[in-house]
Design a protein around this ligand. Structure first.
Ligand SMILES: [Zn+2]
Length: 211
């Protein structure tokens, strides 16, 4: 049980890892002083499980711009938790096939509903603006929908009178994290459903199921 206590509270769970023997992988937020940090963990004792966890942590660093602390956990240089965004980051990191090279996501996506590319520009101090150069009917509404999606998925702040903008409350740019959230921003409801499915799939293995 000491191990459970050391790990702190559980933030997110992938109950059956599709890329490693269906082990369950959880993300914890270790308690303690200093900046909020996160630790991926499995109770599986299978050979290779530790390496798989290390791979998930590496993917979170690349895809979310997180840093490894001296204790081996992950945190943001701004010192903020960004807890909801980290949940999404963890799920996406677990979904990627480990054999594929991992690169940060670009700050643009092709929006299937508008049939147009929508980009997000970093305006500095944590402020981002969704925009498009394409003249497609209804695209302006999709730009706003995507900005709203970023606000919901990333716990970002609204900007008064700027419906296509979103701001990280910490006041720092998080380009990699923004690019990751952008994948799901066009359809937040589907992202929430997917997170629920990934947490509840299969049978939970003991200590991690106790919350
Ligand atoms: Zn931040």
């Amino acid at each position: 049980m000491a191990q459970t206590l050391d790990l702190g509270s559980r933030v997110e769970l992938v109950s059956m890892d599709p890329h490693f023997d269906d082990i369950s992988i959880a993300l914890y937020c270790p308690d303690g002083p200093g900046r909020p940090c996160y630790q991926a963990h499995t109770y599986s004792r299978r050979p290779g499980a530790d390496e798989r966890i290390a791979g998930v942590a590496r993917a979170m660093q690349v895809l979310g711009g997180m840093e490894q602390t001296s204790a081996g956990s992950l945190s943001f240089s701004c010192g903020h938790a960004h807890r909801l965004a980290v949940k999404r980051l963890f799920l996406e990191a677990c979904k990627l096939p480990p054999e594929q090279p991992i690169k940060p996501r670009p700050l643009h996506i092709f929006d299937k509903k508008a049939h147009a590319t929508i980009a997000v520009a970093s305006l500095g101090q944590g402020l981002y603006e969704a925009h498009t150069t394409e003249q497609v009917r209804g695209v302006e509404r999709r730009v706003v929908t995507i900005a709203r999606g970023l606000i919901r998925l990333g716990e970002m702040d609204e900007v008064a009178d700027q419906p296509n903008q979103a701001r990280f409350g910490c006041g720092f740019a998080h380009d990699a994290l923004l690019g990751l959230l952008l994948i799901r921003a066009p359809n937040v409801r589907a992202a929430v459903r997917e997170a629920e499915a990934m947490a509840s799939r299969g049978v939970l293995s003991a200590p991690s199921a106790q919350e």
